[in-house]
Every structure is written in C-alpha cells, then in structure tokens.
Ligand binder design. Structure first.
Ligand code: HEM
Length: 206
C-alpha cells in the first residue's frame, strides 16, 4: 500500500511537471532504446534521474507523516531534556517542506538529488535547477522516508525495486497527464491520495 501510494504520488508530480517528465523520458529512452527492453539491475543503476524524481515525490508527498521513538531513559538532545518514557516524533513530511531545511520546498526539483550537474548536451535535467537547489546541502536527516536505525523499514529494497521498475517501464512507454486539478491527499497515520487515480496515458510513438 505504501509502495503503490508512493508510485501514484510520483505519477502525479511527473504529470504536473511535464518538463521534468520529458527529462526522465530522455534518460529512459537512452537506457531502454526499445519499448519492450527489459529493466535489469545494471540498467537501473544508471537511471539517476528516475531515482531523483522518486525521491523528490517522496519528499513532497511522503507516505509516512513521521516516525516515532520512545526514550528508554532520560536524555538530552540539542539542549532539550527528554525524560524517560516520552515519545518523540520526527515529522518527515513537515520538515522536508520547510524553507529552513530545503531550498524552494514547494517546487518539484528532482535535480536537488543528483550527484552531478546535468550536462546541457544530454538533455537530462536542468543545470539551472541543479545550481539553484543544491546551493546549500540539506541536513542528512531531513529526508528519511524509510526511517532510520534498527527499526527502519525492512521492505525498503523491495519497495524501491518495485517503484523503479514500474515507473521506468511506464514513463518509457507512455506520456502521463493528470487533468483533474490538484490531487487530494489525506494525512492520517499515512499521507496518501484519496481521489480516483484518473491518469491519462498516451502511448509513446517509439
Ligand atoms: C514506498 C514504500 C514504503 C515506505 C515509504 C515505507 C516507510 C516505512 C517507514 C517510515 C517505517 C518506520 C521506520 C522507522 O520507524 O524508522 C517503516 C517500517 C516498516 N516497513 Fe516500510 N515502507 C514502505 C514499504 C514497505 C514494504 C513493501 C514492506 C514489506 C515488504 C515494508 C515493511 C515494513 C516493516 C515490517 C516495518 C517495521 C520495521 C520495524 O519496526 O522494525 N515497508 N516503513
């Protein structure tokens, strides 16, 4: 369920940001030249822009609102005294959307997650968006959609493989649109879309 909601959120953000979807299509066309090419582990390794798009979607529409930890003894963290048996919440969704921690938090900029500046000649990613969004590196704990430490998500690798494979095949072969305004999300224990996923998929010519 968490995986399917994260996939739906990525489909939505790519639909609403067609120029980013086109960058992704170019990357996938390069790695999967034929529409029925099989996605392999080696090929997935090179899909850097795909992974950046998924990360950016999970930042804006994190399925987990946050993670909780209970203190087992009195501790002090960052000058705050936390007594034994108090629950502490790490609110992923909120932290990743604050200007204090993220440059232009309301913009969908997969480039912020790329290791290298996109080369204009490749046509995969915007060098300008890379420069703007990576001017200050975010704190490593600002983005932890699968949690952290001994109790982090054990299904992470399964979920990532499923998201990468499905989205690689889908965006390689279809152009995505969402023509129903803004998608509605519900924030309870999980943050997830609560409206019909009425995407329009148009077959790519080649
Ligand atoms: C995009 C998909 C997914 C996301 C975003 C996600 C996220 C999370 C998060 C945030 C936690 C809490 C981690 C913490 O407290 O530090 C968690 C725990 C967990 N997840 Fe996932 N998850 C996903 C998919 C899956 C899948 C596919 C499986 C199973 C195959 C799975 C199994 C689990 C289990 C068993 C735990 C509890 C681990 C523990 O308490 O020791 N998750 N997940």
């Amino acid at each position: 369920m968490k995986t399917s909601n994260s996939i739906a959120a990525t489909m939505y953000h790519l639909s609403k940001n067609p120029e980013k979807q086109e960058f992704l299509f170019k990357e996938l066309k390069k790695i999967l030249p034929n529409k029925n090419d099989v996605v392999t582990v080696e090929k997935l390794e090179n899909m850097k822009y795909l992974k950046a798009c998924i990360k950016e979607s999970m930042r804006i529409s994190s399925i987990a609102v946050g993670t909780m930890r209970g203190s087992t003894k009195d501790i002090v963290i960052g000058n705050y005294r936390i007594p034994k048996d108090v629950n502490i919440m790490m609110p992923h969704l909120m932290i990743g959307m604050t200007e204090e921690h993220m440059i232009m938090p309301n913009k969908y900029l997969p480039e912020r997650w790329l290791q290298h500046r996109p080369a204009d000649a490749d046509g995969i990613g915007s060098a300008e968006d890379f420069d703007k969004s990576t001017a200050v590196k975010p704190h490593p704990f600002v983005f932890v959609p699968f949690g952290f430490g001994p109790r982090m998500c054990v299904g992470r690798r399964f979920a990532e493989l499923e998201m990468h494979t499905l989205l690689a095949k889908m965006i390689r072969n279809f152009k995505l649109e969402y023509n129903h305004g803004e998608m509605k999300f519900e924030s309870k224990i999980l943050h997830r879309p609560v409206c019909p996923l009425k995407f329009k998929l148009t077959d790519r010519a080649e």
